[in-house]
Design a protein around this ligand. Structure first.
Ligand code: TRP
Length: 327
């Protein structure tokens, strides 16, 4: 079975784009792969955090992920900061990546441009991400297209480490969903639905109630002309609604386009489909929220499972470098 790992930061709410673009696929993949999902709270402190908030956010994200279908009995769900192995391995990989490579990362350029205080951690962030991946001998990393560069860097770092110190790490591959599977912002359909866009009317939160979902979809931006076509370049707003309806009902958006002549009925059906899709996720979340000790217990089991693998890989890396054993 192929080993799969992905990571997600515990900052901000999960939205429909995260669910349809990533988490629902993770939930499907967990049955056919050996899947690891990491709540990457150490990555979140690359940007200053309000004291005490991050832990609550991690718990909440774990509850959302389980509600959205990640089954802790099937996959390994864990919190990055519960394992010291990630930080320790990140150091070894920071010393394997070059300053030039890290300087070329588009996400660093983008994030540092928006930051008043640019931490050294924001710069070395991809080495920590490489540790997340390499510690588990990961084969496949399901991520959005914006992460392709980080996975390629991870491969380069792993190759260089193996060349310097001998065979240690497995080289991972990025698995990127097709552009058509992307959910776009309802108000700015040329941009991906995203926490960082700060577009509350364009973003459907997984915990939005039916009235909020209906309102957001009803006021979604549509395009010039009144015909319903799946045409991402010329009709991004309508195509996004077709993509959402298609993803929510497991239909192909091109086929759905033939069934509609006007925007109104398309919006009504898309809203209804999203409400129905999210209802069971919201119900499960409410149960988990009422019993936080249960999620804490599940995360502890996840961390134990993760540690049994990560500790072995880290020990192999240290042995191959040839550090003096403690004796
Ligand atoms: N950098 C990723 C993002 O911004 C999150 C992440 C951290 C990740 N560690 C990972 C993704 C390991 C995949 C594998 O989305």
């Amino acid at each position: 079975m192929r080993r799969v790992l992905s990571g997600i930061q515990p900052t901000g709410q999960l939205h429909l784009g995260n669910y349809l673009g990533a988490v629902r696929n993770w939930a499907r993949m967990q049955h056919s792969t050996d899947a690891f999902f990491c709540i990457v709270d150490l990555h979140s402190v690359t940007i200053p955090q309000e004291p005490g908030v991050i832990g609550r956010e991690s718990l909440r994200l774990a509850q959302m992920l389980i509600a959205a279908g990640l089954d802790p009995d099937v996959c390994t769900l864990f919190v990055q900061s519960h394992l010291h192995e990630h930080s320790e391995c990140a150091w070894l990989l920071e010393c394997t990546a070059s300053f030039g490579e890290l300087s070329r990362m588009a996400q660093f350029k983008d994030k540092s441009g928006r930051q008043e205080f640019i931490s050294a951690g924001l710069f070395t962030y991809p080495a920590l991400q490489a540790a997340d991946i390499l510690l588990y001998d990961t084969n496949d990393v399901p991520v959005g297209a914006d992460q392709r560069q980080h996975i390629e860097l991870t491969r380069d770092i792993a190759e260089r480490f193996n060349y310097r110190y001998g065979e240690t790490f497995v080289l991972p591959t990025a698995v990127i969903p097709s552009a058509g599977a992307r959910v776009m912002d309802l108000q700015r359909p040329n941009d991906k639905m995203s926490k960082s866009l700060n577009s509350p009317k364009g973003t459907i939160d997984l915990l939005d109630d039916p009235a909020q979902i209906q309102k957001k979809i009803r006021s979604a931006v549509t395009d010039n002309g009144a015909d319903v076509r799946f045409d991402i370049n010329n009709k991004p707003g309508v195509s996004n609604l077709l993509a959402i309806l298609g993803a929510a009902t497991d239909n192909n958006p091109e086929d759905l386009a033939d069934e509609y002549r006007q925007y109104g009925p398309l919006k009504a059906d898309a809203a209804e489909a999203v409400v129905a899709l999210l209802a069971p996720v919201q119900a499960r979340f409410a149960e988990l929220e009422a019993d936080p000790a249960e999620t804490t217990r599940l995360l502890r089991t996840g961390a134990d499972k993760a540690r049994s693998i990560a500790a072995e890989t880290l020990a192999r890396a240290k042995t191959n470098i040839g550090f003096l054993p403690e004796g």
